[in-house]
Design a protein around this ligand. Structure first.
Ligand code: BMA
Length: 375
């Protein structure tokens, strides 16, 4: 599918048609050497954003409440709604250590296998990364030193060692080979929630300039290793205006999707007011920079409100031009740590209703839109 879409995008006819429009319907990727699959993915995301929001779920095929992957395609989202999500999130944390499993115990081999099966099914894969602290040896949440980023960017004592970590990411991204030899495309979302200070790359842990250098050097290193199958996402935590949103933005040549992570912790009113502010700013920024915008992580842990999906989440996520929203993971080994519903939970019927909205795109909806574009 992606190759065909890429051909459509780059057809001289379409280029001419777009030339005289202020905002061309087709955005281009920040990587001038992006391969056909990544280009096709981005075009599909762009096309779908005007039709509805793609529903995503982290670790959807790896485990759910009360089960772990047995290779049978089980999914809490599918068990509740009858369809898979259109977007599947995964996390690369601990890949940098050459570990066989990620920070949540998911074997990287199984992750690769599942990602390729998502790609075959016609879904979208999105990667986040919670790398360990390269200076202290602690985890991604180890904020005991404000010297970490300066020590790993060019000129820092750990730069070469850190670049070897990025090379491991490159190896993984280049291992996502389809049967026909091409690479599966993936959304890559590094160094997220950078306006907060709970990760070693956070606001109070490094300067905006050092953060931007880290981002650019990471993407440049991947590109120099031949990685051209990624769509890059910049995902903030809290911000109140465009200046704050843009503070760590590494530049239009290094980002394709802008967005934010958002969770409900207090009242629905508080959550909705944040959603309104954050989505309004992200959307305006995306329009100005010709990028897509997305809710890169979201949810309400344990879903304590039975109609949360239709009564709260739907308000600013659907029909607003948002490309996708990713519900966080349904842990199998941490009581109450789940963000999508599962069979038997009181929110299941509501999530099913949410998923059946015309402007919420499940896997079959996404495929229908992409296939109609191919015809
Ligand atoms: C957090 C929690 C953790 C997890 C981490 C990375 O939000 O879900 O349990 O280890 O994400 O997936």
């Amino acid at each position: 599918m992606n190759r065909i879409l890429a051909t459509i995008i780059f057809s001289p006819l379409l280029a001419a048609a777009c030339a005289d429009k202020p905002a061309c319907a087709y955005k281009s990727l920040c990587d001038s050497q992006a391969d056909a699959a990544a280009t096709g993915l981005f075009e599909a995301l762009d096309r779908c954003a005007s039709r509805g929001v793609m529903l995503g779920h982290q670790d959807d095929l790896s485990y759910g409440v009360g089960w772990v992957d047995a290779g049978d395609g089980r999914s809490d989202v599918r068990d509740v709604t009858g369809d898979y999500p259109s977007l599947f999130g995964w996390d690369l944390g601990h890949l940098e250590l050459d570990s066989l499993r990620n920070l949540d115990g998911v074997p990287f081999d199984a992750m690769r296998r599942n990602m390729l099966s998502v790609d075959r099914m016609g879904g979208v894969n999105a990667l986040s990364w919670h790398p360990r602290n390269p200076l202290t040896g602690g985890d991604a949440w180890d904020v005991s030193s404000a010297e970490v980023v300066s020590s790993i960017i060019s000129g820092g004592a750990l730069h070469d060692r850190y670049m070897a970590w990025i090379d491991r990411l490159a190896d993984f991204l280049l291992s996502l080979r389809r049967d026909d030899g091409s690479l599966a495309p993936v959304i890559f979302r590094p160094y997220h929630e950078m306006s907060g200070s709970w990760f070693w790359w956070g606001a109070e842990l490094c300067s905006d300039d050092d953060y931007k250098v880290l981002w650019r050097e990471t993407i440049d290193r991947l590109r120099s290793r031949g990685v051209h199958n990624i769509v890059v996402a910049y995902s903030m935590a809290d911000y109140a205006d465009e200046r704050q949103f843009a503070a760590r933005y590494p530049g239009d040549d290094y980002v394709d999707i802008v967005g934010f992570d958002i969770y409900q912790y207090g009242s629905a009113d508080e959550f909705l007011s944040q959603m309104k502010t954050k989505s309004g700013i992200a959307r305006a920024f995306a329009d100005k920079h010709d990028k897509l915008w997305a809710i890169c992580e979201c949810g309400y842990e344990g879903i304590p409100q039975n109609d949360w999906f239709t009564a709260v989440l739907a308000e600013y996520a659907c029909s607003t031009g948002c490309s996708h929203l990713l519900l966080w993971r349904n842990a199998h080994d941490r009581e109450g740590h789940f963000y999508a519903s599962y069979p038997g939970h009181a929110s299941a019927e509501d999530m099913r209703r949410f998923a059946s909205r015309d402007d919420v795109l499940m896997l079959s909806d996404f495929k229908r839109i992409v296939q109609s574009a191919e015809r």
